[in-house]
Design a protein around this ligand. Structure first.
Ligand SMILES: [Zn+2]
Length: 322
């Protein structure tokens, strides 16, 4: 769905329905608030806020590297996107209950001055910090930060520059396999810019309040379980969030586009291990389908909420009507 269509549809629905009417679209999960960059839903004991850090433009040749031209043309038409512009947001998810404010992923970060790195200039203008401000949430109030994997769009908001943390009182949770991969020679071939982001945002955490957890199905907080979702990176995690009647699967980058659900064999340039990435896709899609979970996908059209269906053994994605 194109963003303008999303906005148009949202506007139409808002005009037609009183707020309580949204419930029929959200079933167990109640919509509390939304605008173009922020959406709040109730998920059991958790108030969940999804922030749109920014929207990035990807290319079909990187997202679907082994698709045949005919298949690709037909599929892109279905989503009304062109091969040279696949709009894809970066998001962050905030989970709040009585005792914790848990931030899942941190966006790309905001730089006052463009970064000149190895001759290329980058202007990173993520708006997560600004949006948190607007919601009257300070960095000091964040009790926990979960990092699903170490790519720049997920970790760039950790450092406030000058060695300071944007969330100075938070405990940082991440998988031990992700940490050890990026801090070993196995990551030497990775783009220098990625390693720069890690040196700046991740490595300094070793002296701080760090929880490097292991294994699969590891409960980090009450009702919040980390599922191993390797392939995109070696230690990527997804989050299975279950609270009262609310049930949400945060899939991070296991799928970069809804087409990766329909076409499990379509590879991306951003996955490190394609075989593992496919196994992870199947594992998460089966789980979400069987449990009829609400799914939050980091790179799908904002806010990336939807459900997974399976027809004649093919998974499909359906955006939530919000
Ligand atoms: Zn990402």
């Amino acid at each position: 769905m194109l963003r303008r269509d999303f906005m148009k549809r949202t506007a139409t629905l808002t005009a037609l329905l009183p707020l309580s009417g949204w419930n029929k679209f959200m079933t167990a999960d109640k919509l509390l608030f939304m605008d173009a960059d922020v959406i709040k839903i109730k998920l059991g004991e958790y108030n969940c806020t999804i922030f749109r850090d920014l929207t990035f433009k990807y290319l079909a040749k990187d997202f679907f590297i082994n698709a045949t031209e005919a298949e690709l043309t037909q599929s892109l038409l279905k989503y009304r996107i062109s091969p040279d512009n696949i709009p894809s947001p970066f998001i962050a998810l905030l989970l709040e209950n009585k005792t914790r404010k848990i931030l899942v992923d941190t966006g790309i970060g905001f730089l006052d001055e463009p970064l000149v790195f190895r001759g290329t200039t980058y202007a990173f203008k993520g708006q997560l910090e600004h949006l948190l401000d607007q919601q009257h949430i300070t960095g000091e109030e964040i009790t926990d930060v979960v990092v699903t994997h170490f790519h720049p769009d997920h970790i760039g908001g950790i450092s406030a520059g000058d060695g300071k943390l944007r969330f100075p009182k938070a405990r940082f949770h991440m998988h031990e396999e992700e940490w050890s991969y990026w801090h070993s020679s196995r990551a030497d071939h990775e783009p220098a810019l990625f390693r720069y982001f890690i040196e700046k945002n991740i490595t300094p955490l070793k002296n701080g309040n760090l929880n490097l957890f292991r294994g699969d199905n590891t409960e980090i907080f009450s009702g919040v379980t980390a599922l191993m979702a390797a392939g995109h990176t070696p230690g990527q995690i997804a989050l299975n969030i279950k609270s009262e009647h609310g049930h949400l699967l945060y899939i991070s980058d296991a799928f970069l586009h809804p087409l990766h659900l329909e076409k499990l064999d379509w590879r991306t340039n951003y996955d490190l291990d394609h075989t593992l990435a496919k196994q992870t896709r199947i594992k998460l899609a089966e789980l979400a389908y069987k449990e009829n979970m609400l799914v939050n996908a980091f790179h799908f059209d904002f806010p990336g909420l939807g459900r997974i269906d399976k027809v004649k053994n093919v998974f499909t994605w359906k955006y939530s009507e919000i």
